[in-house]
Design a protein around this ligand. Sequence first.
Ligand SMILES: Nc1ncnc2c1ncn2[C@@H]1O[C@H](COP(=O)(O)OP(=O)(O)OP(=O)(O)O)[C@@H](O)[C@H]1O
Length: 308
Amino acid sequence: MTFGVSGISFAGVTKAYAGRNVVDSVSFDCPRGSITGFLGPNGAGKSTTLRVAAGLTRADAGEVLFDGRRREDLESPGRTIGFVLDPTALHPGRSLQETLKLNAMLLGAPRSAVQNALSVAGLESVRRKRVGSLSLGMRQRLVLGMALLAGPQFLVMDEPTNGLDADGALWVRNFLKHFSAQGGTVLLSSHLLRDMQAVADHIVMIDRGRIVASGTAAEFSVSSRTKATAVEPERLTEVCRRSGWGFDLSGREFLVDATPEDIGRACLEHGVVLTHLSNITESALEEKFLALTSGEFSSRNNNLEQIR
Ligand SMILES: Nc1ncnc2c1ncn2[C@@H]1O[C@H](COP(=O)(O)OP(=O)(O)OP(=O)(O)O)[C@@H](O)[C@H]1O
């Protein structure tokens, strides 16, 4: 029998260690074809929740459904769901290529899947290196490559950009956007607001084992303006006018109704040198996040209104 939404559904997942609920009645949906960000401070219960989804940790109560079915009821769970969990849990003596080959064999994936994973994860040049000699960032790429071997429909990822440099993190984000645009379902955790804001369609916040807020990324954004300063402000003014963007100017600081990416591109095109560019929605989300996690909000309700 199948029920629930398309995508991944957590229903009342609870897990206790030493008599303490580290995950407490956690329920939320990750709709198909979108990216759900699971945000919370260290120790909030993110990894435990994802480990329950992966079947690595047995929940005391509740269940996780993939397109309405339990993982163990799927015909081929290993091929349907890609998990990116602990990049340190790899055999250090094997090469990257061997690691991927072994996993491909276990999953029944074709030989071409190894080459494809190496290429997608940007690991071709280091394919013969031993896993033990890799940086954390390279290991992150490897576990992502492993998760993709059998062409999954779901990706569940615990802090996938941890250890990656800016280029690597951008690559992961772009990859996930492409994956979800093609109908894939993504759940990724992070304790970094920046990670979530840059990629997630929906955000679910967890604190001390409980969901404390959830909503679309847009619902978390108070404003979508961008702060910018330029060496020659009058030239940035010109770019904003030509692009049809509204803006306010305070001293040398612009607040522009456009994304940092659009502003950066337009300035590059017109040879305008910027000295600062930042999305002020991040700080709006950060304020909420800090307020939630500092215990200011004692309510344990997942209604977004609680934090407005
Ligand atoms: N196997 C375990 N035995 C006992 N306690 C555990 C175990 N695994 C996790 N915990 C505890 O459960 C709580 C939640 O841990 P979890 O790793 O799920 O949090 P997290 O949100 O993923 O944190 P981080 O961002 O630091 O990885 C923590 O207090 C942790 O110490």
